[in-house]
Every structure is written in structure tokens, then in C-alpha cells.
Design a protein around this ligand. Structure first.
Ligand code: G3H
Ligand code: 13P
Ligand code: ZN
Length: 333
């Protein structure tokens, strides 16, 4: 059993309480490799932003869970080396799908876990979430749960709306499970294709897709039912068109990739939404930089020469999110 406190990590409780009060959101960035982690820590150290480092099941398979956990431990020391005296870094399991997986992360030094029972029937989601909460809370590990199903690009609009979180369920769910935060569905989704072209309008000037707005009415209803309770938004990448354009003009093929406009995320961050999940935008920044270097310098074969620029681009992206979208800069001095 490893206690996260001995690793210099923190859980989400205080982070979220301050974010809800202060009208900003904590960035939750996924990482799968050293360059992403370096970029996240550099961006957070330079802006003094609290951060949630997220590890998905896919990341565990790709990079090895032991290695990722030690990397997060190393990240605390790296942050201090960069001059961030009191780093506030949470290590979080993203989309845990079983009690056993959540338990193994708690036992291994994670400070927060998500149990995603959103695809289960309501009562089963409650039972599973409650079991994880009861275990995790013994070690002061915080638990994120999910209610409502995030839309997939295959769904039609009607199906998506029917998967929005039902505000009338949230009090019962939060009370009976004891979860510390709740991910809700208001129209965001994972990946770089969040809406089908026919769900969007086209900007006549640029030809770019303009997606439909998020369901802020559902968010407002949830807030009314659970005042001050930490709400989480998954699937919150904006899919910056400059990266999509660089990728597409350097041999890539991402037709009609579209994300959540930053203005809407800014609005969400000022509300009870206090954790905003971003993964795809980092992948796009990385890929755009790598494609550009390799296209411009076909003789290059030292990975540091293309992973280095990719890392620099991700630092820029993360700082932009922290300062211009989430407002978490200066909140972990
Ligand atoms: O929830 C989705 C995250 O972006 C993680 O993605 O499962 O491909 O690692 P992944
Ligand atoms: P994006 O795919 O929009 O970056 O969402 C990431 C996420 O929700 C991770 O849990
Ligand atoms: Zn997610």
C-alpha cells in the first residue's frame, strides 16, 4: 500500500472547493508519455496552476501503469526543480470501469479515481460507485462518478439529447453514493470529431464548422439541485483549427474535425464546473508539430528533434488553456 501523501500528491477536495468558490476550473490533462508530462508540469509550474494528471486504461496499457505512477511521483520533484515551491498535483484514474481497477490505483498511490458507471443501469451505477467511494475514502482518496452518457459521433441528435444527465437524479445519486464530484453530460464528447457536419452550421467566411451550443440549461438545473457541488466536464477539447490545418497540410487527414468552442468552456469554468478534461488537443498539438518537422526536414531521424518541438507546442497549448480558458493560473502559489 502506497499513500499518495507520501509522494507529495494531493486529492481533489481542496482544489475543487477553491475552484467552485473562485469561479475557475482545474485542468485535467491526460498523459501517456514523458513529453506530455514534462509539458504539463512546465506549463503548470510557470503559471502556478493546480493540475490533475489523468491516466486512462489506454495509457496504462500503452506506457505501463507502474512507470506512469513513478513518473507522476517524479513530476512532483520536477515541479519543485522548476521553482514551484508548493506544487498541487493530483494523480487521477480516468474512466475506471471496475471496483478492482479503482482499488488497485488507490493502493498504488493515486490520489483520486473516477468510477465510470455511466453505461450501467442507474441502480447499478449507484451500487458500484458507492463501493468505490467506501474503499477510497478510507485513504482520503477522492472519487469522481458519472451520470448521463457522453454522446458519440455515431449518435443522432435525438439520442444525444436523451443521454444528457437528468437533473432530477443528481441529488439522489450524489447523496447515496457519497461521490466527491460528478461528471455530467451536456453535449460534450470524446475525441476530435465531437459533432457530425450536419449537426453544425458552416461559417460562410472560413468554411469551418460551427458546432451547436452545450446544454447550459441542464448545467444550470444541476447546479440548482446541488449548489456548490463539484461538477466535471469530460470531452472538453476545442480541436484548435490551426493544428488541424497544419496536420492536414503536412500529409494528415482529419476532415471536419471539430471541438467545443473555448468561449463555452470559459463560461462553464465560471460555474460549478471545476474540472475540465482535455486530452485530444494535446494529441493534436503533438501531431501537428511532429508532422511539420518531419515534412520540413525529411532527413531528421533523432526523435528529440521532433518530440522536442512537440513538447514546446504542448507547453504553449497547456498555458493557453490555463490562462485564457480555465482561469486556474496563480491558484497554487
Ligand atoms: O476518455 C478519453 C481519454 O481521452 C483517454 O483516451 O482511452 O485513448 O487513452 P484513451
Ligand atoms: P477530449 O477528447 O475532448 O480531450 O476529452 C478528454 C477526456 O474527457 C478524458 O477523460
Ligand atoms: Zn473522459
Amino acid at each position: 500500500m502506497v499513500n499518495y501523501k507520501d509522494l507529495g500528491l494531493v486529492n481533489t477536495r481542496e482544489m475543487f472547493a477553491k475552484a467552485v468558490d473562485g469561479g475557475y476550473a482545474i485542468p485535467a490533462f491526460n498523459f501517456n508519455n514523458m513529453e506530455q508530462l514534462q509539458a504539463i508540469i512546465k506549463a503548470c509550474a510557470e503559471t502556478k496552476s493546480p493540475v490533475i494528471l489523468q491516466v486512462s486504461s489506454g495509457a496504462r496499457k500503452y506506457a505501463n501503469q507502474t512507470l506512469l505512477r513513478y513518473m507522476a511521483e517524479g513530476a512532483v520533484e520536477y515541479a519543485k526543480e522548476l521553482g514551484w515551491e508548493h506544487p498541487q498535483i493530483c494523480l487521477h484514474l480516468d474512466h475506471g470501469d471496475t471496483f478492482e481497477l479503482c482499488k488497485s490505483c488507490v493502493d498504488f498511490g493515486f490520489s483520486s479515481v473516477m468510477i465510470d458507471g455511466s453505461s450501467l443501469p442507474y441502480e447499478e451505477n449507484i451500487a458500484l460507485t458507492k463501493r468505490v467511494v467506501e474503499y477510497a475514502h478510507q485513504f482520503d482518496v477522492t472519487v469522481e462518478a458519472e451520470l448521463g452518457v457522453l454522446a458519440g459521433v455515431e449518435d443522432d441528435v435525438v439520442a444525444e439529447e436523451s443521454h444528457y444527465t437528468k437533473p432530477e437524479e443528481v441529488i439522489d445519486f450524489a447523496t447515496r453514493t457519497g461521490c466527491d464530484s460528478l461528471a455530467i453530460s451536456i453535449g460534450t464528447s470524446h475525441g476530435a470529431y465531437k459533432f457530425k457536419p450536419e449537426q453544425c452550421e458552416r461559417d460562410p467566411q472560413t468554411g469551418k464548422l460551427v458546432p451547436p451550443p452545450l446544454a447550459f440549461d441542464v448545467l444550470a438545473e444541476v447546479e440548482k439541485k446541488l449548489p456548490g457541488f463539484p461538477i466535471v466536464l469530460h470531452g472538453s477539447s476545442s480541436v484548435p483549427q490551426e493544428y488541424v490545418d497544419i496536420i492536414n497540410s503536412h500529409g494528415g487527414n482529419l476532415p471536419d474535425a471539430v471541438g467545443i468552442p473555448e468561449e463555452q468552456l470559459r463560461q462553464a469554468a465560471k460555474s460549478a464546473v471545476c474540472k475540465i478534461n482535455i486530452d485530444s488537443d494535446s494529441r493534436l498539438a503533438f501531431t501537428a508539430a511532429v508532422r511539420k518537422v518531419l515534412a520540413e526536414k525529411p532527413g531528421e531521424f533523432d526523435p528529440r528533434k521532433y518530440c522536442g518541438p512537440a513538447r514546446d507546442e504542448m507547453v504553449k497549448l497547456y498555458k493557453h488553456k490555463i490562462i485564457e480558458v480555465l482561469g486556474s493560473d496563480g491558484k497554487a502559489e
